[in-house]
Design a protein around this ligand. Sequence first.
Ligand SMILES: Nc1nc2c(c(=O)[nH]1)N[C@H]1C(S)=C(S)[C@@H](COP(=O)(O)O)O[C@H]1N2
Ligand SMILES: [Mo]
Length: 223
Amino acid sequence: MKNKAERLKGTKSPTVNIDESLAHRLPPGQVLTEKFPILHEGEVPEYDMSTWDLRVYGAVEEEVSFSYEDLLQFPMTNTVSDIHCVTRWSKFDTAWEGIRFTDFMKHFKIKPEAKYVMIHADQDYETNLPIEALLRDDVLLAFKYDGKDLTPKHGWPLRLVVPEFYFWKSAKWIRGFEFMTEDRHGFWERNGFHNTADPFQEQRFSDEELPIPEDEWMKKEFD
Ligand SMILES: Nc1nc2c(c(=O)[nH]1)N[C@H]1C(S)=C(S)[C@@H](COP(=O)(O)O)O[C@H]1N2
Ligand SMILES: [Mo]
């Protein structure tokens, strides 16, 4: 069996049949879905919310950690965004509620030399982004999807949502933001996926030949 990046490279571009007025919102090589596929590495984590925390560390003036209760006191924002997965599904108008990343950043001070962030998540998942990618109004630390608490499979209690990039950058079950002065690759970025991941530029894969550890979407689960 081919590894994941190789297999995805071999898939044909799907024929797209959508309303012309929406076509500009669908990136090249993507198909629309109304369902919400579920994709992740490892088991869905279980939490004791009295000990759960979200850490901020690395190139910051002072490390800080937030309890779930702390975060619930922050101002909440609602967004409606299109999301795009590298496995070729896109979903329009997904509704999220949570803390805007720029509001979250008011609660700590990063060092001037900080340029990148490693987002740390369970189970041992991580993904990297430049800080500026997180400063758009549609980037949330999301508690809710479609008006309801996130389901555990979609990232409860807290996930990142970064609609501008392929969805592997939107880590579920986030536990920490590590600010960095130099860029470092996260899980999929180390395993054949593009570092930037802009769907409209079809930045799916890096050109390096890298082994993919395990198929990401074995169960073909969605809700
Ligand atoms: N913690 C964690 N977050 C993750 C992943 C993962 O394996 N672990 N997979 C990513 C990938 S590849 C995708 S496409 C989306 C899928 O989110 P969904 O299951 O809510 O559709 O989650 C992303 N966030
Ligand atoms: Mo993905």
